[in-house]
Each structure stands twice: as structure tokens, then as C-alpha cells.
Design a protein around this ligand. Structure first.
Ligand SMILES: [Zn+2]
Length: 311
């Protein structure tokens, strides 16, 4: 489907964003939002995990693709997915063969922690986390640049490799809605760069793909920025009342690519309007991150976070 025909997404939603103190926990465990029919975005609560990841469910006519299982035990997500699948297939007649593919944007712990809740699910495939498992399942011979198609029935997920944050990271493009899911590789927050050379190549390919396919929305797994350009919430934040949308534009993706080119070879923390690149894992990155995290944790425990973080 060409981009002008893309099904519009309802991205205008106030996401759950944590609680001002441990004595005032206010979020449900999950927020479920229908971006479009059969296109569901779920967020895990910051009351359960500061990572508060977003989890995407694409429901086709023959099967569904769940991208990630979150940062905590997956029972709540499992029952939510079961309900969404049951609703989606309720009008189908005499067909119980509907499948669910549980894949991952990448194998970090906050994206796979709920896998066990899906491992016994009927007609469900849980894809492994390492590069061989990911390539094998999707049939990617020419890693990372080959774009392969996963037919969900009536809609196709296009998948390709985007290493740099994690060696087995994938991007997923939902042609039906023009949504490009970039996992932890591009999102409004801190992009932890494990392999700068790989990320340079990945960002070039993401921009080229987005331009060629007419991508409408770029989505990642977290939000860590505030609405103030270049200002992120501290690592481990449990309350983020001033978050921007998790959705980015292709122009923002391009800007992130251009920005990274200027800092890829310098270990450290590099702030730009929409993203923060954390290059390497040395003290230049870890010491300031951990120091801010400690202060933030203390302020949250004491209930001192009611004011805007940039005030
Ligand atoms: Zn990650």
C-alpha cells in the first residue's frame, strides 16, 4: 500500500506517565490504546517499571505480531493480548487457526521479560532473542540490510536489521498505517550506542527506507525526553508529567541521523533537541547518568516531584 492510502493513526493520546511519589501510585498496570482498527499500542506503567516500555500489536486477518513482552512479568499483557485477539477474531466464522507471533524489537531485558507468559499459548511462536534466532525466524539472509515481509493476512510487516543499540535489533514497518517501529534505536530519549559504526549505517538505512516508503510515523519503545528541547528526564524516572509524544516524524528521524554523524566517534553524552546519544559505556556516560538517577530516586521517594522537572 502506498503512503497516501495509509490508514490514519490516532496518536493524540495522554499516556500514563507514572506517579508523583510512592505514596500516590495512580497508574493502571497497562494502558491500551487503539491507534487504528487492529493496530494497538500498549504502555506498561511506570509504577511497575521505570522503563515503561511501549508494546505494539498488529492484528492481521490470519495472525498477529506482538512486538516485545515488556519489562515485568507478562501475565497482565498476556490476558490483554488474549482479549484483543478474541475481539479481533470475534466475527470470523469457523476458524480457530489464528496465530500470534511474539517477536522483539531487540533482546534487552525490558523487552523480553514477559516472554514466559506466552510460551505455552496455543498457536503462538515466541521468537528467540539472539541474531541467529531473529534472522532464522524472519528469513533474513543478507543481514542487516535485507528487507523481508511477514504476511499477517491483509497487511504486511516489513522487517530489517538495525544494529547499533543491540546486535539483533530490528525495525518493523507496517505498510497499512505507515508506521515504522524503531525499538530502542530511535525514540525521544537516550539512545545507548553499543556499536557506533553499526548505528551510523543503521540510521542511514532507516532514513532511506522512511523516505522511499513514505513513512508517516516513527515509533520507539520509550519516552525519556521532556517537552523542553534537549532536556531528558533522569535515568530511572518514575514520574514524567511533561513527556512528548512517543511518535516522531521522518524529519525528526533525519535530524537524529544528522546529529549522530557529528558525535558518533566521541564517547560521552550528546544532547540534541529530540534525542540524547549516549556513546559508549565508559565513566563519561555512566557517572553523570547514575548521579542524576540517584538524586531523582531520592526526590521521588520523598514526593518532591510535583513541580515541572525543568522548573
Ligand atoms: Zn534496549
Amino acid at each position: 500500500m502506498s503512503a497516501p492510502d495509509a490508514v490514519p493513526l490516532d496518536t493524540d493520546v495522554r499516556w500514563i506517565h507514572g506517579s508523583p511519589s510512592p505514596r500516590h501510585l495512580v497508574d493502571p498496570p497497562l494502558q491500551v490504546h487503539h491507534l487504528a482498527p487492529g493496530t494497538v499500542l500498549v504502555r506498561q506503567s511506570k509504577d511497575l517499571t521505570y522503563e515503561a516500555p511501549f508494546i505494539l500489536l498488529l492484528l492481521g486477518e490470519d495472525r498477529a505480531l506482538l512486538l516485545d513482552t515488556g519489562a515485568v512479568d507478562g501475565s497482565e499483557l498476556r490476558s490483554t493480548v488474549d482479549r484483543l485477539v478474541a475481539d479481533h477474531t470475534a466475527t470470523r466464522t469457523g476458524d480457530t487457526a489464528y496465530e500470534v507471533v511474539v517477536a522483539h524489537t531487540h533482546g534487552h531485558g525490558d523487552h523480553v521479560a514477559g516472554d514466559a507468559a506466552f510460551s505455552g499459548r496455543p498457536r503462538t511462536t515466541v521468537v528467540g532473542h539472539d541474531l541467529d534466532a531473529v534472522r532464522g525466524f524472519f528469513g533474513i539472509t543478507d543481514w542487516p540490510s535485507e528487507v523481508v515481509a511477514l504476511d499477517l493476512g491483509g497487511r504486511t510487516a516489513e522487517v530489517f536489521g538495525i544494529p547499533g543499540h543491540h546486535p539483533a535489533s530490528i525495525a518493523v514497518h507496517d505498510a497499512l498505517t505507515g508506521l515504522l517501529h524503531t525499538g530502542d534505536t530511535v525514540y525521544p530519549g537516550r539512545i545507548y550506542v553499543e556499536d557506533p559504526a553499526a548505528l551510523l549505517d543503521t540510521l542511514d538505512r532507516l532514513v532511506a527506507f522512511a523516505e522511499q516508503r513514505g513513512v508517516r510515523h516513527v515509533l520507539g519503545c520509550h519516552v525519556e525526553m521532556t517537552r523542553r528541547p534537549g532536556r531528558d528526564y533522569p535515568l530511572g524516572s518514575r514520574y514524567q508529567p511533561d513527556e512528548p509524544s512517543p511518535f516522531m516524524t521522518v524529519a525528526q528521524l533525519r535530524a537524529a541521523r544528522d546529529a549522530f554523524r557529528t558525535v558518533a566517534h566521541r564517547p560521552g553524552i550528546h544532547r540534541f533537541d529530540d534525542v540524547v546519544f549516549c556513546v559508549g559505556e565508559g565513566p563519561r556516560v555512566l557517572v553523570p547518568l547514575q548521579a542524576r538517577a540517584l538524586v531523582e530516586q531520592l526526590r521521588w521517594r520523598l514526593g518532591l516531584l510535583r513541580r515541572r522537572p525543568d522548573a
